[in-house]
Design a protein around this ligand. Structure first.
Ligand code: HEM
Length: 542
């Protein structure tokens, strides 16, 4: 008899579950909503770690049908990858994500990223040009059309027979920004001259307290702007404010944030566009009066810009001011937005890493030349400067820690990379920032600034050191790769190395007890990363 009591109790429990009380209705609602999620998660977990039936990289488990990995992605690609990294027990396994029915492939093995760049006929950047131009640089349909002509993976209906603007521009990059070209040499010389002028304006013999990052930005923004765009573009304080205010919202623009969530970002970008409109109006009639052989002059700056202005005028209506300005803004952003933060970090580490300042000062003194007439600042043998091992090591290590460049591509034909199939229509992200900070490649001190890892270790043979350092170089790719690799990388290198040389040579610094700030990694994928805080130092001219 005793045993009947529990049976009737459980029956009562069961009946109470099926009776339709409001509490039960709510419970069933929750269960009904959870069921598809649990089902999706269970099925996707069963396939975890295996290639898909089409041979694509494995799909990590996810909960939400259709939304797929969308929510996880919103939490940040870096956090997502570090979770997968833990589950995989090692680095470098590629992943297929599904996001609102679309495929996104994440590649985080350095060798596979390189292979992906080499497949430049079927894995291309061009289908993203229109999005980039409109969403980030404020371009219009007419300007997007210009970039789309001849672009692989972009429907060419209605574009046949028009000029392939991007093709010409890529040729110009090689001609004007390539190593040892007169274009590059002149830009670097102008940059150094303008850097010196800005410094002479701002620093004297009396000691001054500064915020290091803000101060380096203030000096470099007009100097590098003039090296590319000449003297007629407004590079004053308001322009700088608008530029950095817009740049700070860059990731949110990529994610289509509305204006109320990023107040002032689009408005600041429009002010920068206005400045470019004003500049073009002022200089455009001079373009045919300047000899083709002139590599740099004050109106257009570098010949590259003069040639881009001429080319753009062949394909856009003369009065499409926004169209012209947005195309000119893209290279202006490339120039300022990445190189300046990287230079700030390189200077900060050079000054604030114990013992480094004196070593660097001694090394760069071998490339110093007497000041040019009319200047109180040293000048430089740039060819020597760019070969200095410690200076380069400091730059490489700063980029490893402080640049977060993704390399987005679209698959336009099914493509095999390292044994996996990447399907047409999918988007690919080369996850170089993950490689740069992977403990298995760099060791326990992966997050520490250690320029000496880029130099031969004590007792290491030259060939072993060369091999190790080449291997390291293959794991730091801040400039992307393949045919869309950053064309400004040689100028960036020269300008950053020269800036560090000037900053360790021409000033007396008071930096007792100060440390380089922490890197703000919330900006994953944004290029040159900002610091979490500024650092106050005292400085005066020697
Ligand atoms: C440290 C500084 C810099 C970094 C980290 C950087 C990074 C990058 C990256 C990651 C890309 C995309 C590459 C890819 O898709 O694989 C890129 C493209 C580009 N960069 Fe840079 N960049 C820097 C400096 C510069 C400078 C100084 C200029 C101008 C002189 C410049 C102009 C450009 C342009 C025009 C593109 C687009 C290329 C195209 O149309 O295919 N960049 N940069």
């Amino acid at each position: 008899m005793n045993s009947s009591i529990p049976i009737s109790d459980s029956l009562r429990d069961l009946l109470s579950l099926v009776s339709l009380t409001p509490a039960n209705i709510a419970l069933y609602g929750v269960l009904a909503a959870a069921l598809p999620l649990v089902f999706t998660y269970t099925v996707s977990s069963l396939n975890d770690g295996k290639p898909t039936k089409d041979g694509e990289p494995p799909v990590p488990p996810y909960w939400f049908p259709f939304v797929g990995h969308g929510f996880a992605l919103m939490g940040g690609m870096d956090k997502m990858m570090s979770r997968y990294r833990k589950t995989d027990g090692g680095p470098g396994k590629p992943k297929t994500l599904t996001v609102f029915g679309k495929k996104m492939y994440l590649i985080s093995d350095p060798g596979s990223i390189l292979l992906m760049w080499r497949k430049s006929k079927s894995v291309v950047f061009e289908p993203l040009l229109e999005f980039t131009l409109k969403q980030l640089f404020g371009g219009n349909d007419a300007a997007a059309r210009v970039l789309n002509v001849g672009s692989p993976g972009v429907d060419q209906t209605g574009l046949e027979g028009e000029m392939e603007w991007m093709k010409f521009v890529h040729q110009m990059y090689i001609r004007e920004l390539g190593p040892s070209t007169p274009g590059l040499e002149n830009m670097t010389n102008v940059y150094l001259r303008e850097l010196n002028k800005e410094i002479e304006k701002l620093v004297g013999k009396e000691t001054k307290e500064i915020d290091l990052f803000a101060w380096v930005k203030k000096i470099m923004f007009p100097a590098s702007g003039r090296a590319l765009y000449g003297y007629k573009l407004d590079l004053g304080e308001e322009m700088a404010y608008n530029f950095w205010n817009w740049d700070a919202g860059f990731l949110q623009l990529v994610k289509f944030y509305p204006d109320f969530m990023i107040p002032g970002v689009r408005a600041s970008r429009d002010r920068v566009l206005d400045a470019l409109v004003k500049w073009r109006m002022e200089v455009k009639d001079l373009r045919d009066k300047i000899d083709d052989d002139v590599v740099w002059e004050e109106n257009f700056g570098a010949r590259l810009i003069r040639d881009r202005v001429k080319l753009t005028e062949q394909v856009l209506a003369e009065d499409d001011h926004r169209g012209h300005a947005s195309i000119h803004l893209s290279i202006f952003w490339g120039l300022e937005a990445n190189a300046i933060p990287v230079a700030c970090w390189t200077v900060a580490f050079a000054l604030l890493t114990p013992g480094l300042f004196e070593r660097l000062k001694a090394e760069v003194s071998t490339a110093v030349l007497p000041p040019v007439e009319g200047s109180s600042m040293p000048s430089w043998d740039v060819d020597m400067l760019v070969k200095l091992p410690l200076l380069n090591a400091v730059w490489q290590e700063s980029m490893r820690l402080c640049v977060s460049s993704l390399s987005p591509r679209v698959v336009i034909e099914d493509t095999e990379i390292d044994g996996y199939i990447y399907k047409k229509g999918g988007m690919v992200q080369g996850m170089s920032p993950i490689v740069q900070l992977e403990e298995e490649y760099w060791g326990k001190d992966v997050l520490e600034f250690n320029p000496d890892r880029w130099l031969p270790f004590p007792g290491e043979s030259a060939s072993a050191a060369g091999k190790r350092i080449r291997d390291y170089q293959s794991k730091v790719r801040p400039f992307g790769g393949g045919v869309s690799i950053c064309p400004g990388r040689h100028f960036a290198g020269q300008e950053i190395l020269a800036t560090v040389a000037v900053f360790v040579t021409a000033f007396e610094w008071e930096m007792e007890g100060k440390k380089a700030p922490e890197v703000n990694r919330d900006y994953f994928g944004a290029g040159g990363l900002p610091p979490k805080s500024d650092v106050r130092l005292k400085v005066k001219r020697i």
